[in-house]
Design a protein around this ligand. Structure first.
Ligand code: PLP
Length: 441
């Protein structure tokens, strides 16, 4: 593979890196220059096992030839065409393929370019829907503490991660939050869905008592990822569904992480047995080869907005790149891989091994909780006094230097490898991570 010349930057100043300690990074850069299958390679050619599928997104593994070729081919046919009042065939095909994989009845698909745009789009659809059905007073949006829905003003406001909000004073008005589902005293070291916590969904009823019929939508991640892996307690999502239906509130699942096989079905809602009204997705949709997000909507939600309007533009929203030809080509190729290789089935097959492997770290120093579902795991560590996040960051750096990419948030190590993972990779993840936890204790 060495015939490819790997670029080495000689100036790191210009790129203001997102969600990064820029000063630290630029003093000690860690660069990923190439990727293939389960691995990244540094510019020097050092192999790094990908324990995070990039950022929860390269679910089919890296460098998939079918996706690369589809993008190349499409670029030569049609580089770009607008989807405002015009269309190109491949965007329609991509939407139909998404609708084939989403739960029955969520067959209308709006394209975006990212998870953040999908979150904001879903919230706007919910508001437009309520207005279309004569419920214009429903302007309130409900999220959940520790939820992550990206960085747009909608997703940031409905999201519940403090540091992502506190630098920016202005949030959307009319937003409320449910409690996080994290009950460490009762659920620590649960395997799969924890037993306790369904009662937390009853908070919807408290918010209805407080706000009356002004709530448009509740948005949650089925399994919260970016906050450090919070798996929904048994019965929690079912209760949310029941209460949202009872009170005329739309239920939005943010499946940017749980979509595309991550927890053993094409969508987490299927695995968890609860169908929302709207699903947001991104990341795995194109295997991250070209940025793309999407929002799948129940047909009646779409119809209320689209057929409910006499003529003209029905929904004043969209992106220049909604349904971009290259992204559409990548999405179709990625979805074909998912179906052909039954990636969700692979997750279910390896899940018991993954679960045992993750929980084998229980006795490592400072580990206070381990959570897992599908091909996700979160290992929570006791924070060093006065230095929150320091221990996990040291572990992240040591793992990287020892050839393993993990993701950390606060003092939680999150794992989400590509779904093509083999048992030998699982073993290497656990050995390298366990070693780093011991050395950085
Ligand atoms: N929603 C969820 C659940 C996510 O995990 C993420 C990203 O991690 C987003 C939204 C935002 O996606 P993006 O970074 O593509 O805007």
């Amino acid at each position: 593979m060495n015939e490819i010349t790997i670029p080495r930057p000689n100036d790191l100043d210009a790129f203001w890196m997102p969600f990064s300690d820029n000063k630290y990074f630029k003093g000690t850069p860690r660069l990923l220059a190439r990727a293939e299958g389960m691995h990244y390679f540094t510019p020097e050619g050092r192999e790094v096992l990908d324990g995070t599928a990039g950022l929860w997104c390269c679910n089919a593994g890296h460098g998939r030839r079918e996706i690369t070729e589809a993008i190349q081919k499409q670029a030569a046919i049609l580089d770009f065409a607008p989807t405002f009042q015009l269309g190109h065939p491949i965007a329609f095909e991509a939407a139909a393929r998404v609708a084939d994989l989403t739960p029955d009845g969520l067959d209308r698909v709006f394209f975006t370019n990212s998870g953040s745009e999908s979150a904001d789009t879903a919230l706007k659809i919910a508001l437009a829907y309520q207005k279309a059905i004569g419920q214009a007073q429903r302007v309130r949006l409900v999220g959940r503490e520790r939820g992550y829905h990206g960085v747009g003003f909608g997703g940031m406001s409905v999201g519940g991660i403090g540091p992502n909000r506190k630098q920016f004073g202005a949030m959307l008005p009319y937003v409320d939050h449910l409690s996080a589902t994290h009950l460490p005293d009762r659920n620590a070291f649960s395997k799969g869905q924890p037993e306790h916590g369904a009662f937390l969904a009853e908070e919807v009823e408290k918010l209805v008592a407080l706000h009356g019929d002004t709530i448009a939508a509740v948005m949650v991640e089925p399994v919260a990822g970016s906050t450090g892996v919070l798996v929904p307690p048994v019965g929690y999502l079912e209760k949310l569904r029941e209460l949202c239906s009872k009170y005329g509130i739309l239920l939005i699942f943010d499946e940017v992480i749980t979509g595309f096989g991550r927890i053993g079905n094409y969508f987490g809602s299927e695995r968890l047995g609860v169908t929302p009204d709207i699903i947001t997705m991104a990341k795995g949709l194109t295997n991250a080869a070209v940025p793309m997000g999407a929002v799948a909507v129940k047909n009646e939600v779409h119809d209320a907005i689209v057929t409910g309007v006499a003529g003209g533009i029905e929904f004043f929203h969209g992106y220049t790149y909604s349904g971009h030809p290259l992204a559409s080509a990548a999405a179709i190729a990625a979805m074909e891989i998912h179906v052909r290789e039954d990636l969700p089935g692979r997750v279910r097959a390896i899940e018991p091994y993954w679960e045992e492997a993750a929980h084998s770290l229980r006795a490592a120093p400072g580990v206070i909780d381990i959570r897992n579902h599908g091909l996700i795991a979160g290992i929570e560590l006791q924070s060093t006094a006065g230095k929150p996040g320091d221990r996990a960051m040291r572990i992240f750096r040591r793992c990287f230097d020892d050839g393993l990419l993990v993701r950390v948030t606060g003092d939680i190590v999150a794992l989400s490898p590509p779904l093509i993972i083999e048992k030998s990779h699982v073993d290497r993840i656990v050995t390298t991570l366990g070693d780093a936890i011991h050395k950085e204790a």
